[in-house]
Write a protein that binds this ligand. Structure first.
Ligand SMILES: [Zn+2]
Ligand SMILES: [Zn+2]
Length: 209
């Protein structure tokens, strides 16, 4: 038994256990950071899936090309910024450069954005167990990785199932549209509705309900 209280994890308030002596962070926190990083990497990771959600071929993104309406973008333009150079990839590479000054990371060789993301995550995960006892700013690192992971998950899950809203044409025909509908032609009476007219039908529907 020590007289002095054992030091605490710099991320969570837990006191470090005997087998965690000399570390800045506890093992559960290390594990959580590792999981956040792991989820972001790879062809099925959050970064790759985020790239699939945004319009292809813009902003210097070299993410997977998917067909889609040109100019389509989520509200606020966030995914584009997140997946472009200067977004997630640059945030991660900034930490790689920082960790490299402690001898805790290998700076990547560049290449496609997805490759750069994967390289950064690989070296950060590889060195995380050492960083746990050698890097004093793991609190900031942990917060940023958490934020990136949570933000990506929120956008992906929000986009996965666009909300479908029933609309009723004055002729009585009912169909569903999404909030970003380009409009439609009523299958009952042939009336054409543009984006805003279509959404007005949903308002009318809600008022009537
Ligand atoms: Zn902790
Ligand atoms: Zn109609």
């Amino acid at each position: 038994m020590n007289d002095a209280p054992s030091p605490r994890c710099v991320i969570c308030p837990r006191q470090l256990l005997d087998h965690e002596t000399g570390r800045y962070i506890c093992l559960p926190c290390e594990h959580r950071i590792d999981q956040d990083l792991r989820k972001l990497a790879g062809p099925a990771g959050l970064y790759a899936r985020l790239c699939l959600r945004i319009q292809p071929g813009r902003g210097g993104s070299d993410g997977p090309v998917v067909s889609g309406t040109p100019g389509r973008q989520l509200p606020g333009g966030e995914p584009l910024n997140l997946t472009a150079n200067g977004g997630i990839v640059s945030d991660l590479e900034t930490w790689v450069r920082d960790w490299a000054t402690y001898g805790l990371a290998t700076i990547g060789t560049g290449g496609r954005l997805q490759h750069r993301v994967d390289q950064a995550i690989t070296t950060l995960r590889l060195n995380l167990p050492h960083a746990a006892s050698r890097h004093p700013a793991l609190d900031d690192f942990s917060k940023e990785v958490y934020k990136i992971r949570a933000q990506a998950e929120t956008i992906i899950s929000g986009e996965r199932a666009p909300r479908r809203i029933p609309v009723t044409c004055p002729c009585g025909t009912v169909r569903t549209v999404t909030l970003d509908t380009d409009g439609f032609q009523c299958s009952g009476c042939g009336t054409e509705y543009g984006h805003s007219e279509a959404l007005r039908l949903t308002v009318a529907e809600r008022r009537a309900a």
